[in-house]
Design a protein around this ligand. Sequence first.
Ligand code: GUN
Length: 282
Amino acid sequence: MAVRIDGKAVAAGIRGEVREEVKKLPRQPGLGVILVGEDPASQLYVRNKAKDCEECGIISRRYDLPVDTSEEEVLGIIRKLNEDATIDGILVQLPLPDTMNEQRIIEAIAPDKDVDAFHPETVGRMVRGDSPVWPCTPQGINELFRTYGISPDGKICVMVGRSNIVGKPMGLLMLREHGTVIYCNRHTPDLAVMTRQADILVVAAGHKGLITGDMVKEGAVVIDVAMNRDPETGKFTGDVVFDEVEPIASYITPVPGGVGPMTRAMLMRNILTLAKLRMGLN
Ligand code: GUN
């Protein structure tokens, strides 16, 4: 039976560490958060991020903009935040309304304030393996690996999903840690053939029930990133059929309570990292 990875507990520890480090800084770190539109999920995420900032002693300044805000207006706010000496990180909550050019907005963020690690300059550093910050979800998973003594070194690591936010950087992170990485996506001819190779299986497809027990090797580490909301019950489930996979895997993340809390905690860590760099303390 797999060990259930307790992301909630690890995340609480990280927030505590960040809070203690923040107390030692010459000034409080600052985060600028831009939310365009009224998507309820995005509103909840942004509210939670503000709550985490408060707990960690980080100042968060929030810009809630109506859905019909122009791209120029958003770019103007980013430019102001880029020049604001009290702001260390800028986060534009995604997805943006369809009317906006997401890439143009992300590229307007100063790379040294790119707290999400979405800017192409940061992505280039990630490919090289020397970025100071990584996207929060992959970094959170890496922190879980460290906490539970799991190492990609010498392992077959299968990444199901190739988004810019999770799949691509997660593969790069495992590669940096000397993993042998296989990327899978919806065009993969026989997914089960690939997933059964995995010593470490990370799944971020957003497809409830995708990974069944017969697709997992005995003793594999299984990380489920997905948060699929059941429209009827409102409950969240992952991509992994938990009851089937738990008896086979060596470690498994539950949904909720596995990767999700780590994503939030790593944002706090990233703000601290960027603030310290800007203060010349790293
Ligand atoms: N939308 C979903 N996840 C994220 C994230 O990590 N950062 C931002 N900015 N938007 C998101």
